[in-house]
Design a protein around this ligand. Sequence first.
Ligand code: NAP
Length: 251
Amino acid sequence: MKTENYENRRKYALVTGASRGIGRAVALRLAAEGYDVIVNYLSNDAAAAGVADEITASGGRAELLRFDVSDPVAVEEAMDSWENRHPGDFISVLVNNAGIRDDSLMVFMSDEQWKHVLSTDLDSFFYVTRRVLKGMLSERRGRIVNVASLSGIKGLPGQANYSAAKGALIAATKALAQEVARRNVTVNAVAPGYISTDMVSGLDEQSLKASIPAGRFGRPEEVAGAVAFLVSDDASYINGETISVNGGLYT
Ligand code: NAP
């Protein structure tokens, strides 16, 4: 149901994995840009509520939507419930950010490690995007940003599962961009290098940062800035692109 001009309607942005790290920074940034942010997460109720509270305290709007992005039934149920509560609305920005890593040299990698990372970091893109895309296509407006990784461009030892998922995510970004460009929908990716979040807390920052031209790990807000650009009107003719946010690390 189209009601009024897009400019006069509330604009919804769904950020998966928004309770912590990069997703949290993206949620805060998009809220500051005027979006009603849907904060998705897996299990960390307190952290997700904290993000929503922070947005509300700054005068923005946020709602929590807990579901497992790797579970197609859970995705459909969550989106059904959101749409029932928001008749006539659609999600115009989707940031596929939720992700995990579970590193191991391939000879020691279990089936479970392979499947868990592929389903959380790649299948999730398919399940969530397929559903949210419907509203974008019928409204002829949408921005999708996929959070990939340096690992998906360069490949990193010990991350065959993660590199495979993120590399495929970049390829799917390019394919989908060509499917939907005529409907005024863009599909792009960001590829962070080392960003200070819980995900990298076990890594040896001192030795790794010696390999980074900027000499430091990035901040989640520095990735959020690239995402905000890609969803802005300034990026309306950028489609199928991957922006590295890695402090100059060779890719
Ligand atoms: P993080 O701090 O570990 O946060 C992960 C987020 O994803 C949390 O909000 C978590 O929710 C959510 N999540 C995990 N599995 C989920 C699932 N099955 N369903 C729904 N939500 C789920 O990670 P991060 O470092 O911010 O990473 C965010 C994205 O950036 C990931 O895709 C990651 O691969 C990518 N990335 C990160 C780096 C880096 O250096 N940090 C570099 C390159 C790419 P809960 O809080 O409920 O667990």
